[in-house]
Ligand binder design. Structure first.
Ligand code: ATP
Length: 391
């Protein structure tokens, strides 16, 4: 299957200094991006960050104000959309309602004058596991099945790059999760470059080899999902991709491989390699699931950071985990996620606790950045309640 549908070799997608302006407004700002051939690549960002505009420029539906777009050796910047080795799958499947599934998938081949379409269409329907649905009409399929037909209809053209514009946005949560696994399997099988646009961080993390996090028309950070999650470079990435605790601190100085910082009177260590700043004021960052709750003022653990004097102000049980909010002596509330492994009892609301985490899980960010950048739940709260503000 991979051989019949695989893309040509050496066809990296490259955007060089691509800018798109709509009047005075810059939607995409001097963007440089290379998507290696065969990757599952996600452009991730909140609404309005410029990801769809970027995708539309690759598709040829929008012309860059400046810059160039190439696939392999071919400059496609000003090519008509249908001349590009690119296909797009949209959120609205846009299947032909009057054609059956077989003919929907065969459409691209027939338009190119291919006579014998049976084998290729059959293979494509097998790939998306709809072999037995060939004679049905689109309206006789579920949303997820229709989206798979749309995928087959695009892939049969053997594009070098397949663009996916929020393709799972119309599906309910459970189906979306199933389709994420499906999409990943299909991409692994065909090895076509997929560029997937989404605002859903979990979706990007589940499927992509590489994620580019976009914000205000620029890429804030790009890398493998685990790399972005473990080592965010900006407050925006640290909040948009999962949740972070960010606490204001002053750098004291280096100590071996670590930078030591002062967090409201307590010394905390972070690896130099995970520090975006090593002088002055910083945000000390740690993910909630990296933190454990210990008795306040209890035993210290070697190689760990400790912050005493917390009071548990909220306990929410979510089944898989328990999520605690702990108010620190300086008034800030920090989040702690504890897996419900069954070991140990749950900490109660009102208990005094010490927050502890391994120094290697600490990251340091530039304190000039907004601690709430990319935090959508905070943005929704502001105005009603400023609680949980970084201190
Ligand atoms: P969403 O997820 O909501 O689609 P996005 O990150 O994909 O968001 P874009 O659609 O790329 O964002 O839009 C980026 C910015 O450019 C937005 O502020 C949008 O209003 C603006 N924009 C997009 N298309 C046009 C247009 N044709 N004319 C003027 N402004 C536009």
């Amino acid at each position: 299957m991979g051989e019949t549908t695989g893309a040509a070799t050496g066809a990296d997608l490259r955007l060089t200094s691509v800018t798109k302006r709509f009047g005075d407004f810059t939607a995409v700002d001097d963007l440089d991006l290379v998507v290696p051939q065969g990757q599952f690549f996600a452009l991730l960002g909140p609404s309005g960050c410029g990801k769809t505009t970027t995708l539309r420029m690759v598709a040829g539906l929008e012309e860059p104000t400046s810059g160039s777009i190439t696939i392999g050796e071919q400059d496609i910047t000003r090519l008509k959309p249908y001349r590009r080795p690119v296909n797009t799958v949209f959120q609205s499947y846009a299947l032909f309602p009057h054609l059956d599934i077989f003919e929907n998938v065969a459409f691209g081949l027939r338009r190119r004058g291919v006579k014998d379409v049976k084998q290729q269409v059959g293979e494509m329907l097998e790939l998306v596991e709809l072999g037995s649905f060939a004679k049905r009409r689109p309206r006789q399929l579920s949303g997820g099945q229709q989206q798979r037909v749309a995928l087959a209809r695009a892939l049969i053209n053997r594009p070098q790059v397949l663009l996916l514009d929020e393709p799972l946005g119309a599906l309910d949560l459970k189906l979306r999760r199933q389709m994420q696994i499906e999409l990943k399997r299909i991409q692994t099988e065909v090895r076509t470059t997929f560029v997937h646009v989404t605002h859903d961080q979990e979706e990007a993390m589940t499927m992509a080899d590489t994620i580019a996090v976009m914000h205000d028309g620029v890429i804030e950070q790009m890398g493998a999902p685990a790399e972005l999650y473990d080592q965010p470079a900006t407050t925006f990435v640290s909040n948009f991709l999962g949740q972070s605790n960010l606490v204001r601190a002053e750098v004291v100085g280096p100590s071996g491989e670590d930078v030591v910082v002062d967090v409201h009177g307590t010394k905390v260590g972070a690896p130099v390699a995970r520090a975006r700043r090593t002088t002055g004021t910083v945000w000390v960052g740690v993910r909630p699931e990296k933190v454990v709750l210990l008795p306040d003022g209890g035993a210290r653990e070697e190689g760990a950071n400790h912050l005493d004097g917390g009071v548990v102000v909220d306990v929410s049980y979510t089944g898989v985990s328990t999520q605690y909010l702990v108010r620190m002596p300086w008034g800030q509330e920090l989040a702690v996620f504890e897996q419900n492994s069954g070991a140990g009892g749950r900490v109660q609301r009102g208990e005094r606790v010490c927050l502890s985490w391994r120094a290697e899980h600490t990251f340091l960010l530039d304190a000039d950045e907004d601690a709430h950048a990319g935090d959508e739940s905070y943005a929704a709260l502001v105005g009603a309640d400023g609680g949980g503000a970084a201190g």
